[in-house]
Write a protein that binds this ligand. Sequence first.
Ligand SMILES: Cc1cc2nc3c(=O)[nH]c(=O)nc-3n(C[C@H](O)[C@H](O)[C@H](O)COP(=O)(O)OP(=O)(O)OC[C@H]3O[C@@H](n4cnc5c(N)ncnc54)[C@H](O)[C@@H]3O)c2cc1C
Ligand code: SF4
Length: 875
Amino acid sequence: MTKRQRIVVVGHGMVGHRFAQAAVERGLTETHDVVVFGEEPRAAYDRVGLTSWFGHPDGAEGLSLLPGGVYDDPRVRLVLDSVVTEIDRAARTVTVVSPPSAGSRDGRQGALLDQRGEPGAVTVHDYDVLVLATGAAPFVPPVEGRGKDGCFVYRTIEDLEAIKAASETATSGVVIGGGLLGLEAANALVQLGLDTHVVEMAPRLMPVQLDDAAGVTLVRHVEKLGVKVHTAVLTEEIEGDSSVTGLRMRQAGTEEGAPTEVVEAQVVVFSAGIRPRDALARECDLETAARGGVLVDEQCRTADPHVFAIGECAAPGGTMYGLVAPGYAMAEVVVDALLDGPGTFTGADMSTKLKLLGVDVASFGDAFATTDGALELTYADAVSGVYKKLVVAESEAGDGSFRLLGGILVGDASAYGTLRPMVSSGLALPDNPEQLILPASSGVQLGMPDEAQVCSCNDVTKADILHAVAEQGCESVADVKQCTRAGTTCGSCVPTVKNLVEEHFASVGKVVDKGLCEHFRLTRQELFDVVAVHGYRRFDDIVEAHGTGRGCDVCKPAIASILASQTSTHILEPVTAELQDTNDKYLGNIQRNGTYSVVPRIPGGEITPEKLIVIGEVARDYGLYTKITGGQRIDLFGARMEQLPAIWKRLVDAGFESGHAYGKSLRTVKSCVGSTWCRFGVQDSVGLAIALELRYRGLRSPHKLKGGVSGCARECAEARGKDFGVIATEKGWNLYVGGNGGATPAHARLLAGDLDTETLVSYLDRFLMYYVRTADRLQRTSTWIEQLEGGLERVREVVVDDSLGLGAELEAEMARHVGGYADEWAATLADPAKLERFVSFVNAPDTPDPTIAFTTERDQIQPIAPALIPVGAPA
Ligand SMILES: Cc1cc2nc3c(=O)[nH]c(=O)nc-3n(C[C@H](O)[C@H](O)[C@H](O)COP(=O)(O)OP(=O)(O)OC[C@H]3O[C@@H](n4cnc5c(N)ncnc54)[C@H](O)[C@@H]3O)c2cc1C
Ligand code: SF4
């Protein structure tokens, strides 16, 4: 029998993860064991989507590329929190240092394992094949003062955590670098409430991707977001004693000593480019490229046949690629090489689309018209801030037609998804190519060829997508994403994927499937009606009558939510308990170290001193971390599952009830102090907020819901950032709907004005029930309104004008909910059967989970997240 080979991968970032995943999927683990060492404390996550961490409801978990931290295949072992410090190529070993915090446990069962090697130990591991996937590090230019407190880079979740913490006490921030990442970082600072500046050495923003005219247009957009842009400036010094107080800069091109300008800042983020992390390779005498990066051939192999390099640390043919798509392609090429396949990496598409800023910017192909014979077609509308450029050249066919070489789009990048694939396809453009960028041209059909690459991150062509829908049984965009990986990385191709899927189904005369998941062809709205009409109470009956199979993580909680909003049955009743998400199952929010947070309801944020004392006592007695939230309540963190009932009992006895922080249901109705205390207040905002919170508490909905009530137009309760917001007027109340915070904030819009309290409540009853009935799963009120035919006007017709004659029915449904409400914590305490689930180990109910550990910071507990190592993994 041939001896199994061992592959050691250094780095568990996006590309190291893709390598391990491809090794499993393509059968390399049949013959090879894979051990991946990752320096970060958590498994690989979507670094491309890093900025969304700020608004992601699940924090780091939501970005994880390997939820659970364990590969399905036990032949792949992941060792986190561990740094490879040395490579001995002659002995074929790597030296690894694991810090004391690197525990190890089985991610699937939660059992603590012996540490392989002492904590903090230095261990040496053999390899047959070594794959370097160490990524890149942000470049911090040698500016004086760059080591001061308040200086950050923007690369890891820890960096973002640190920036967020510093922003809490800061008022202004500067980003050094006006490239793609710099603008993303600037947007993050704006979202964190800082007065934000960007300083860029080049004369324009995104100098690598945009030409001068596009740069000017972009500045106008960025400034509208509240970012102050300084181009053509050099940073002279970061000012301050030990902490940053400002940044001193002077005009580029001027001599030292020329006049300078100071921008005040307590936070400075460096985003001045990246450098490949190739030190390990250099130290073991592997060759690196002139501008950094481990030199590799087309198979991503170094001069040492046992060592490969992939991703941002590699420089195939001397070029380092700072994007994820080339890294993914390299990972696949190495797996191919180890399977004796023919794959090679010969370069990559460097197209870029700016995310998150809310500004459409795209640059693709030969955007600077460097190809011989290239011609430029531009369209600019300074008033609306649109600039579009196409770079074209005469086709080689010699028939006078043109082909697309590249382009730049600012202000309207809707054509990006269609145009970018045209570059690789070489397809002849229409006779009047300018039609492609003129405003009236939206919808020009280009007849994208099958080989056009639609998803550049994951190298998925139009043909792959059509194959998925026509041959592999994919019936929705979600299916296609899962099957081909298209659209799963930067997401910019999703609209094109959607069009292709819909076009395909339309062409074969099939209605596009909008079903809830693979088990139900019905939409959530249809399922809601089906449950209402038939009066179902059990998931099994519904799936038997209207679905197939046994359900999944999508349809089970969605149906649990539908049943809860129609029946007021306790969610831990046997018929629905097992359908719930983990949070609902334990009536608490699971946190990163497996403990739960307990959030009692404090309607309208009003609380008596006695109740405050009880919360303090409970927190003290159970050693819980306490935090006052932005939603006017107090979170208690760090409760072990078996402690939850005793904690609730203390709280329930003191008159508290569950704040539903765990459910897709009403969270809070925030209030200002209103007319009772505030000299500006014109109505009792506290009284109304309490009444509304108590009315809608426990209402299960497609997404979590929040409300707010302000006592006057000064809006101290930020009511317009909520799903429903009420603002007092001299005559009554204005009702706003469809707002939210989070990653894609939305301002609520006026539904009806100057309402008396009774009318306001009836409109709110109708609005909320109409939403609960008709929205899709996990659809916020803002998107629901946006996607409803007729939008807000339609909602107004139904809710205010009662155009469908549904008003009374919706109000009656809400009355049933209000009448049937019971506190879920109290009901659980009263039912021994329900209490049985609150144990860490079924066989040892009194044993606390030994993997849960805490440290202390600012006099309170904080979790220590254990590293994850699968049991039974090869040594
Ligand atoms: C904010 C942001 C936005 C981005 N947006 C985009 C985008 O829109 N499109 C795009 O294509 N790309 C984007 N990128 C770039 C993209 O994230 C990278 O190209 C990609 O993550 C590179 O993957 P990698 O695995 O090579 O490196 P990484 O993901 O950085 O992973 C390398 C890992 O190796 C670990 N490591 C390093 N040395 C060692 C060692 N000695 N021992 C153990 N572990 C080690 C590191 O800690 C790290 O976890 C963005 C990057 C950032 C930061
Ligand atoms: S919103 Fe008006 S009433 Fe309420 S606290 Fe602010 S100023 Fe006072």
